[in-house]
Design a binder for this molecule. Structure first.
Ligand code: PEP
Length: 249
């Protein structure tokens, strides 16, 4: 039985001061529990403050929203996996649909980023998901499987076995529309089958999260869906009371 994972993607919200205030309030109302994992993905400039705020809470993990695949060098504006690690991050979000759609991130770039994360000791959380037009053409599974296979293509088997994946239909992100739990289960099952084959058997260690307009009212039904091991939450993770309700479900 995998522990449910609740991951907060803050996108470009909350600088260091707001991050500190949010986390202190959250930690005060959310006592440590070992039956679930909570992950925060604040903006890169807030990672150090977040790492400090979370230093005594191993049950609450810190992640970086995006990394560059190189370790250092002339890449103005970028953050390396090692830099995020130095701030206390242990997870790296890779291939979020906003990175793909707004910043031209390709499947090959996600593969390099996953590999860079794993090399630096960060667990990659690879996001995959189809656009509305791809869903309407009936190509959800081919699109998701292409993104998945290419994205994990540079990882070793041991790195594959401990990674995280988020199925996030693009049409559900920030739109108030969610996938029906049974539709999420179909895609999650295909992802699980891929890992079973790639790992020659058990793929139980790989957590597959759903993301797309999750809120406090639909959390229970989505997290109960077969093969849904956790949730990646954007907008609803920005309000500390709502987020506390979600992770306490
Ligand atoms: C996300 O940004 O990964 C996301 C799922 O956003 P939202 O919950 O706002 O749809």
């Amino acid at each position: 039985m995998r522990k449910p994972v609740f991951a907060a993607n803050w996108k470009m919200n909350y600088g260091p001061q707001e991050t500190r205030g949010f986390l202190l309030k959250f930690l005060a109302s959310y006592p440590p529990r070992d039956d679930r994992t909570v992950i925060f993905f604040p903006p890169a400039v807030s990672l150090a403050v977040a790492g400090f705020a979370l230093r005594d809470r191993p049950d609450v993990l810190l992640g970086v929203q995006n990394i560059h695949w190189e370790e250092k060098g002339a890449f103005t504006g970028e953050t390396s996996a090692q830099m995020a690690r130095d701030c206390g991050a242990t997870v790296a979000l890779v291939g979020h649909s906003e990175r793909r759609q707004l910043f031209g991130e390709t499947d090959e770039m996600t593969a390099r980023k996953c590999a860079a994360a794993a090399r630096a000791g960060l667990t990659p959380l690879l996001c995959v998901g189809e656009r509305a037009d791809e869903r309407d053409r009936g190509t959800t599974q081919p699109v998701v499987m292409r993104q998945l296979k290419t994205g994990v293509g540079r990882l070793e088997k041991t790195q594959l076995a401990s990674m995280l994946v988020a199925y996030e239909p693009v049409w559900a992100i920030g739109t108030g529309k969610t996938a029906r739990p049974e539709d999420a289960t179909i895609v999650h099952s295909a992802i699980r089958r891929y890992f079973r084959e790639a790992l020659s058997g058990s793929a139980d260690s790989v957590a597959i999260l759903y993301g797309g307009s999750v809120n406090a009212d639909n959390t229970a039904e989505l997290i109960a869906a077969p093969e849904v091991d956790g949730l990646l939450v954007g907008g609803a993770s920005l309000d500390v009371d709502t987020w506390t309700r979600i992770v306490s479900t």
